[in-house]
Write a protein that binds this ligand. Structure first.
Ligand code: COA
Length: 334
């Protein structure tokens, strides 16, 4: 392990054009802008067009990556899409992306880890590159949550939106310093019943479920899980790396709710000003929130070579996971 050091060499993202504002939601369910902003920090979300699915969001994010960095995809030999809203159960969304770009020879699959999906995928790709068995990976976090959101349920429809973020991972130069400082992961399947979308089973941990394919959530339980679990995970990452919270330059938590982010910051000692999130304008885009925020930070020129970047995802499962890296500027940034 680790004889090959992978690094991020290109980043891209995409969000659909259509905005769904809090004012729009006021016309759809009994809610108001003040309640939504006060409880979640969300002002608007992006909603995919009727025939625009997760694979399309992924393709646009990858096109953005190619346009910005001049990345070549022909030799990608690993393609992972983390999503909870695949166009189909099979073929995988990754297969649809592979077909669109005509990538000739790649292991392509979807990874299901809800809102922690991007972190799980990045860790998986990084490990497969470090082993030497793969050389170049496209890792995408994408979700079209509007397709599974019940727009008559005011407790959930205010939260979710659509988007995609993609990174290219390649072997670094021989002898390059490792930039992956720490990682931690966990899951608690007993929490599954608090955040789910029905598949082909009709009960979950003994509890009957029938949501007609829509997302179901017990917001309070999810909130509790997040604010209890993430600070412990952050502490574990810092301990592994021998760092204090003060040495984190950028914290990229999953953008689920601004109140959760504030609580995690308070509990970990990481200042809110050091977080990169997309909650205000994109809402919760599940697997896409972390790469979207990462890309936003890069485009704004905030991330600098050598910065300590801590990313943490959490969500349905329950699952959670974090990575701490020493930032290396993506190559040939434009
Ligand atoms: C969803 C969430 C914002 C709800 O906030 P909350 O403070 O827990 O609110 P509650 O569910 O306790 O509801 C409080 C009241 O507001 C009402 N309410 C719920 N949604 C509302 C809305 N959109 N507008 C106005 N009122 C609303 C409830 O009906 C309840 O009214 P009642 O007291 O008369 O019964 C919050 O629980 C949350 O963010 N949880 C985490 C969700 C999450 O991040 N999920 C994804 C994780 S990956």
């Amino acid at each position: 392990m680790n004889q090959f050091v992978p690094r991020i060499t290109a980043v891209g993202s995409y969000t659909p054009e259509r905005r769904l504002t809090n004012a729009d939601l006021e016309r759809m369910v009994e809610t108001d802008d003040e309640w939504i902003v006060q409880r979640t920090g969300i002002r608007e979300r992006r909603i995919s067009a009727p025939e625009e699915y997760t694979s399309h969001l992924c393709i646009e994010a990858v096109k953005d990556l190619v346009n910005r960095y001049g990345a070549v995809l022909d030799d990608v030999d690993l393609l992972i899409v983390s999503t909870s809203t695949p166009d189909f159960t099979f073929p995988s969304t990754a297969s649809l992306v592979q077909a669109h770009f005509g990538i000739p020879q790649t292991l392509a699959f979807d990874l299901s880890a809800a809102c922690a999906g991007f972190i799980y995928s990045l860790h998986t790709a990084r490990s497969m590159l470090a082993s030497g068995l793969h050389r170049k990976a496209l890792v995408i976090g994408a979700d079209a949550l509007s397709k599974i959101t019940d727009y008559t349920d005011r407790t959930t429809c205010i939260l979710f939106g659509d988007g995609a973020g993609a990174v290219l991972l390649e072997r670094d130069a021989e002898g390059a310093e490792a930039s992956w400082l720490a990682s931690t992961f966990g899951s608690d399947g007993t929490g599954g019943v608090h955040l789910y979308r029905t598949g082909i089973a009709s009960s979950l941990n003994g509890v009957p479920v029938n949501a007609g394919g829509k997302l179901v959530q017990n917001g309070r339980e999810v909130y509790k899980f997040a604010v209890q679990t993430v600070p412990k995970g952050v502490a574990e990452l810092l301990k592994q790396a021998g760092l204090s919270s003060g040495s984190v330059d950028w914290f990229i938590p999953h953008s689920a709710n601004l109140r959760i982010i504030e609580s995690v910051c308070e509990r970990t000692g990481i200042p809110l000003e050091k977080t990169l999130h997309t909650i205000e304008h994109f809402g919760n885009t599940s697997a896409a929130t972390i790469p979207l925020a990462l890309h936003q930070g890069i485009k704004q020129g905030l991330l600098k070579e050598g910065d300590k970047v801590l990313m943490y995802g959490f969500g349905g499962g329950f699952v959670h996971g974090g990575l701490l890296l020493k930032w290396k500027e993506p190559l040939s940034k434009r």
